[in-house]
Design a protein around this ligand. Structure first.
Ligand code: F6P
Length: 465
């Protein structure tokens, strides 16, 4: 069994002493694959993402990273030329495909399909080919290969051509755009992307909505005769309750809770959000909705704090950096407008700290998850599982998680700032008993398909296909 993804389960940093330090990543895929353990037959193929990773690959034995760095898993990291990787990852995956699937292009942020785009597309093909070739080398006869995400949309068909004996699955962690939007891509590129995924035996998605959009795009772009027997599947990745509950009660989280309680102030309610600083997460409109709440309901002033943790993401790209700067600017404006000595309305931290996120989850009275579009959104699932007293959830109807959590959430249109402000008010005023009941139901729905089961389900369905 093989897994392929851009980001692997481990990354390396070069320390001040020049030594390499390995760091295990988190996330659903890593915990899902842990279910397979250190099975000698399984290999995870990923890309080297920085200087530390590249140094680790150079000293790796036959391309495989040392088992002590990977928790025993066999991990092959590919040292793809840095400029090819940058054009594929920054140029195509995160500047074009991410924007299409999340429907983020809006004037003046428009797609540009010029000669530079075509050059970057060549790198995207080369990057996908590097994965397909490495997988073809590593796979035993008839092995199952699970290829992950929009970075690797071409790899399934490339691998199929190299190794027709393999069972190939592709899983999309993003939404899929509806045909009218998807077709803003040049026709040949749209056909390549769909045909690439259709090279798999099974193409799977986080929700039925994204699966249906993919099928509709195939019909719209490729016509009625889709050239493949690809099956379409849906696996709604859930939160890992055991891991989260254990991790959230370790001393480093308790320490951060004490600090956070001081920042919030005694007796105040906390509206919590945790995201990567990335446009689809809609952090700015969330801040504006909070500001509207303070304007419409002066009774909440000094009684509530918006805790917003925004972790830097894809900062090589100006559009993501600018968005991060805007988040900071809007938070600061709210604090200047409404803040008084002893009360800071928005507590914003722009730095990755998982233990601090868990501390915020535990303290949350309300979780705000309002993406423009999101494949699933695990934060919506994690907060109810971890929160100490149960929390209310304000949730965008455009998040994949809405399909499972919508009944017990305060559902919002992510563009509707006034509507989101109203939902925040309703969530804050929900009586304690009802809040706890709803939170329990949210946690149950959120953990219905834990990562290990999610992963095994995909594998089982591929083997059965
Ligand atoms: O949502 C798609 C996805 O690939 C997730 O699986 C992942 O959490 C996120 O994007 C990571 O993005 P990046 O690797 O660019 O930081």
């Amino acid at each position: 069994m093989l897994v392929a993804s851009n980001r692997g389960p481990v990354s390396y940093q070069v320390g001040e002493d020049g030594a390499l330090h390995a760091r295990r990543g988190g996330g659903g895929l890593v915990s899902g694959l842990s279910a397979i353990g250190s099975d000698a037959g399984s290999v995870w193929v990923c890309a080297a993402l920085g200087d530390g990773d590249r140094a680790a690959v150079r000293r790796a034995d036959g391309g495989l990273l040392p088992a002590e760095d990977t928790g025993g898993q066999r991990v092959r990291m590919l040292d793809i030329d840095a400029s090819v990787h940058a054009e594929a990852y920054n140029g195509i995956a995160n500047s074009v495909l991410w924007f299409v699937h999340h429907m983020l292009y809006q004037t003046p942020l428009e797609p540009v399909f010029d000669a530079e785009f075509r050059r970057q597309w060549g790198s995207y093909e080369a990057y996908n080919r590097a994965f397909a070739e490495a997988l073809a080398e590593e796979a035993a006869e008839g092995a199952a290969v699970l290829i992950q995400d929009y970075h690797l949309a071409l790899a399934p068909r490339m691998l199929r051509r190299l190794r027709p004996d393999l069972r190939i699955g592709h899983f999309s962690h993003t939404p899929w755009a509806p045909p009218d939007y998807f077709r803003l891509l040049p026709d040949d590129i749209a056909a390549e992307l769909l045909g690439g995924i259709l090279g798999a035996d099974r193409a799977a998605f986080l929700t039925q909505r994204w699966a249906d959009a993919f099928t509709a795009c195939c019909h719209a772009v490729l016509g009625p005769s889709i050239p493949s027997g690809t099956r379409i599947g849906v696996h709604g990745l859930g939160a890992d309750a055991d891991f989260l509950r254990e991790r959230a009660h370790r001393p480093d989280v308790d320490e951060r809770m004490a600090l956070l309680r001081e920042e919030i102030g005694p007796g105040r309610k906390a509206i919590v959000r945790v995201d990567r600083t990335e446009l689809s997460k809609n952090i700015v409109r969330g801040l504006l909705a909070y500001e509207q709440l303070l304007a419409d309901h002066p009774e909440w002033r000094e009684k509530v704090v918006h805790v917003a943790f925004a972790y830097p993401s894809r900062q090589d790209l100006a559009v993501y950096r600018d968005y991060t700067a805007e988040v900071r600017r809007v938070a600061q404006e709210i604090n200047e407008r409404y803040g008084v000595p002893g009360w800071t309305p928005v507590v914003l931290h722009v730095k990755d700290d998982f233990a601090r996120s868990l501390a915020a989850y535990r303290l949350a009275d309300v979780a705000l998850v309002n993406p423009i579009r999101d494949g699933m959104n695990l934060v919506a699932k994690e907060v109810p599982v971890v929160s100490d007293a149960g929390c209310a959830l304000v949730l965008s109807r455009e998040a994949g998680a809405y399909e499972e959590l919508g009944d017990d959430a305060f559902v919002v249109n992510p563009y509707d700032i006034a509507g989101t402000a109203r939902a925040l008010h309703e969530a804050l005023t929900l009586p304690g008993g009802e809040r706890a009941e709803r939170s329990k139901r949210l946690a149950a729905a959120a953990t219905a398909l834990p990562p290990a089961q999610w992963f095994l389900d995909q594998l089982g369905a591929l083997e059965a296909s």
